[in-house]
Design a protein around this ligand. Sequence first.
Ligand SMILES: [Mn+2]
Length: 324
Amino acid sequence: MKDLKKLIEIASDGRIFIQTHNYPDPDAIASAFGLQKLLEHYGIKSTICYDGTAEKLSALTMLSNFGIEMVAISDITDMCETDKIITVDAQKYNSNLTDLIGEEIACIDHHPTIFDCEYGYRDVRIVGACASLITEYFIDNHIPLERSVASALLYGIKMDTADFSRGVTHLDVQMYGKLFLHADNDLLDRMKINTLEFADLKAYGSAIESISVFENVGYAFIPFECPDALIAMISDFILALDVIEFSVVYAKRNDGYKFSVRSELPEYHAGKIIQYALQDIGSGGGHARMAGGFAKLPSGDDAYLSHEVHNLFEAAIQRYVNEG
Ligand SMILES: [Mn+2]
């Protein structure tokens, strides 16, 4: 649970890294930036780091608009065992968090836990955005919110909750109210409009081409590498089709397949269903309405793959429904 004094205590010696999940999205970046400023308020310096790329426009514009500095893990050559890591918007042992040599001392996250891990400090609460948890530390402790920090956190909340339409809790709404007073709301409105890049259209195009629907479940495949955040956006897009109430989008990676799942049905828990579907060939998990995972699939042509994925999720949905 939330205990700022304890967090500051364990972060007050050694070199501190704040690590987001791989391919960080706006909520991960906002949370890391917010935490960095929070620690700075107590005289603690830290470095934000990530694996994968932050190549999506929504992520890149955050860095330039809010003056956020993040270092790719490939550019950190001197991390050692005594360095300390705080994971944000991610938890140790998950497939979306590269295990680094430093010691994971703390975790602040809003995802359900898939693999238990002992941290010196743990604040994992299921809310719409990790940025809401970070904001609460500022509010509860009366720490001033700079305009750039408030704007970044607000952007993270908006993006992760799909503009307050997904997984929203009272805390998200409360924190939105607080941040709104300090944020650059005109800038945020402009950022929200321009989130689609020209290159994204290619991924949308192939997903649309491959889409198949079985009852109320939609499947789509992207046969080339693309960022996690884009796969997630396409999963949201497929879910917006009126006949689809549960979407499964998977994209090729050089060593397997990245999955993104969305559900609008309370009786189909996205996190549980993907966990069941991928448990023998990889791993997956997440929230009731949004989840992700990574797995290897048997080799074969696209038709064979889609057949396999369909079978895996069909069985997982059955299993989840039967467990009631
Ligand atoms: Mn998040």
